[in-house]
Write a protein that binds this ligand. Structure first.
Ligand code: ATP
Ligand code: FE2
Length: 327
């Protein structure tokens, strides 16, 4: 069984071609330029529409297969930006109809978890999912993947990118922030905002920008931003792990490529006798292969998405997904 997966929730259009053993035959992505500020949903959707067909042809060629070899079409059904999601869903429906193969709508957050579980071979992890638009701690409990904690305002990556844009770092700012943070020496005081199991980043951003105007060294601010925000993520992740009594922590989302974040999570895990798992970077960011793989997992459990229920779900919650393959 070969599945073609389409990812289009936000900045990135991605096409993955994956087989039933999770051999990743192709995984191509194209991202809209976000350097000029937040993304405009309609512009991003136009970007995805323009790039989708050529990217799909390239992915098929890269995989060394033909369209007739595709046995299943999966797409990101949500959560995400409506116009972006609809672009991917429309292409998925058209492809599934023209090939005469089943269609599967996939929850984007569940896909981050499923691809990580498969490629790192952890079994029942707590996922720290830290990306541009999302920041969530997710674990399997009572038959569903539950969100134990999440951001109350922006995703951590968006906060980092906003900070970077304001202080003149290139986009996306995460890797530049990480590099500058290594030169930082002074830990400046920033608001540590963990509320219950949730986190918030906009107050930290405001404080960091004020300190920058007051002349604090950029290296120190980058260092302090990382230390403060990552400590918040690690605290919530650890509490979720303790609550569900799990000894595996899986990382997902673009921000987890940060070495300092990985180090902090690893230390926390080791101190609890737990283990950390990090998928390769191309599978941490938004990509089509994770959608294709999750499509296969769902298909093998007998799930399919009829055309009538293939509408996009902008606020598709992680815990709405039934998980027969976990039973
Ligand atoms: P989603 O729709 O899941 O929110 P996204 O497209 O917004 O996804 P990803 O592709 O998962 O986000 O990740 C991009 C984000 O990761 C950007 O905000 C970028 O600045 C951040 N990032 C990338 N590398 C690093 C790093 N080394 N340190 C910190 N942040 C990083
Ligand atoms: Fe994502």
């Amino acid at each position: 069984m070969i599945c073609l997966g389409i990812e289009s929730t936000a900045h990135t259009i991605g096409i993955g071609v994956v087989d039933h053993d999770c051999k990743i035959m192709a995984n191509l992505t194209k991202m809209i330029d976000g350097s000029k500020g937040g993304i405009h949903p309609r512009e991003a959707a136009n970007h995805h529409a323009e790039n989708l067909a050529p990217l799909m042809h390239d992915a098929i060629a890269k995989a060394g297969v033909s369209y007739r070899d595709i046995g299943l079409v999966a797409f990101s059904q949500g959560p995400g930006l409506g116009p972006c999601l609809r672009t991917g869903a429309t292409a998925a429906r058209a492809l599934s109809l023209s090939l005469g193969v089943p269609l599967i709508g996939v929850n984007h957050c569940v896909a981050h978890l499923e691809i990580g579980r498969k490629v790192t071979e952890c079994t029942d992890p707590t996922l720290l999912y830290a990306s541009g638009g999302n920041t969530q701690v997710i674990a399997y409990s009572g038959g569903r993947y539950r969100v134990f904690g999440e951001t109350l305002d922006v995703g951590i990556g968006n906060m980092i990118d906003k900070f970077g844009r304001s202080v003149g770092l290139p986009f996306p700012s995460g890797p530049h922030l990480e590099r500058m943070a290594r030169e930082g020496k002074e830990l400046v005081d920033l608001p540590y905002s963990v509320k219950g199991m949730d986190v918030a980043f906009s107050g930290i951003l405001t404080a960091a920008l004020q300190l920058q105007k007051q002349g604090k060294k950029l290296e120190d601010l980058c260092f302090s931003l990382q230390e403060t925000c990552f400590a918040m993520l690690v605290e919530v992740t650890e509490r979720a792990m303790a609550h569900v009594e799990k000894d595996e922590v899986l990382l997902g989302g673009g921000v987890v490529q940060n070495r300092r974040l990985q180090e902090m999570v690893r230390i926390m895990a080791e101190e609890r006798g737990a283990r950390m798992f990090v998928p390769p970077g191309s599978l941490c960011v938004d990509n089509g292969a994770m959608i294709a793989w999750t499509g296969i997992v769902m298909h093998q459990s007998g799930i399919k998405t009829d055309l009538g229920e293939s509408g996009v779900r902008q606020r598709f919650r992680t815990d709405e997904v039934d998980l027969p393959w976990m039973r």
